[in-house]
Design a protein around this ligand. Structure first.
Ligand code: DGL
Length: 289
């Protein structure tokens, strides 16, 4: 599609699968006039158990695909991909690129009163130390306790959001956080906002939960406004989805994340993603695309 104005171009968002829909939902709620293209890498999910090298490769391929679609802004909705590949993607593409770590870290640094912040995420996110680094760079006095919760993602995908099994798993993962007496907990994974109720029950009402999806959406609204890229409702709104596997499953599970049905889903081949990334790399000598 050709766009007359930069502001009319869509926002591109990618995630390892359906989880990034938590971010998309907040963006649609805050910025209803914006067109969006969401890409879920459902064939290669989960990213959270993979090496940084592999996640960087996938992230560059997903970004190349979206940039080629003519987006005005790229959002990396996946915490794992943001944690390990944000800087590389920023240095590769000319459009603004936003991850989910910075807004979540900032909100946590502002929320804590006792200087004890917990961060939960996938193995790769926690291993990268990205949240801890970012929070400490904002306030070196804050002590950050990080913990991976690998079973949370499959539980959410299974639709188990609030039962005794999820509660037992949450108790096990979060005991250490409780012992440290944290007063703020960052939900550092796309799937965790769906477990808020159980996490709140385990942690108690006094612990502030930071939802990285909400923080991201606030941040996008601010950046589009200050850069003059905010679209108005005068031009039509398009919401398009691409997945690398199982569009039907994406639609089914996606409902849990969006509380709405997802239309206009197209399957793309991994081989074509790899080709596009290679072509762009060759064309630009891997400077800006
Ligand atoms: N999207 C991932 C994240 O936010 C969770 C799912 C995965 O491991 O790919 O870290």
């Amino acid at each position: 599609m050709k766009y007359e104005n930069m502001a009319d171009k869509p926002i591109g968002i990618f995630d390892s699968g359906v989880g990034g829909l938590t971010v998309l939902k907040e963006i649609h709620a805050r910025l209803p006039a914006e067109s969006t293209i969401y890409m879920g890498d459902t064939a290669r999910v989960p990213y959270g158990i993979r090496s940084a090298e592999t996640v960087i490769k996938y992230s560059l391929e997903n970004s190349s695909f979206l940039v080629e679609k003519g987006i005005k802004l790229l959002i990396i909705a996946c915490n794992t991909a943001s944690a390990v590949s944000l800087n590389i993607i920023r240095n590769t593409f000319k459009i603004p690129v936003l991850g989910v770590i910075e807004p979540g870290a900032k909100a946590a640094a502002q929320a804590t009163k006792n200087g004890l912040v917990g961060v939960i995420g996938t193995e790769a996110t926690i291993k990268s130390g990205a949240y801890g680094r970012t929070i400490r760079s904002l306030d070196p006095r804050i002590k950050v306790i990080e913990r991976s919760c690998p079973l949370f993602v499959p539980l959410v995908e299974e639709g188990w959001l609030d039962n005794e099994v999820v509660e037992m798993v949450a108790q096990r993962y979060l005991t250490e956080m409780k012992l440290y007496n944290i007063d703020t907990l960052v939900l550092g994974c796309t799937h965790y906002p769906l477990l808020k109720k159980v996490i709140k029950k385990v942690m108690g009402d006094d612990v502030v939960l930071i939802d990285s999806a909400i923080e991201k959406a606030k941040n996008v609204a601010k950046i589009l406004t200050t850069s003059g890229l905010l679209k108005t409702l005068e031009t039509p709104v398009h919401r398009k989805y691409y997945v690398t596997d199982c569009p039907d499953r994406f639609q089914e599970i996606g409902k849990r994340f969006m509380l709405d049905s997802l239309e206009d889903i197209t399957k793309i081949e991994i081989a074509s993603l790899e080709e596009k990334a290679m072509a762009l790399k060759n064309a630009c000598g891997c400077g800006g695309v």
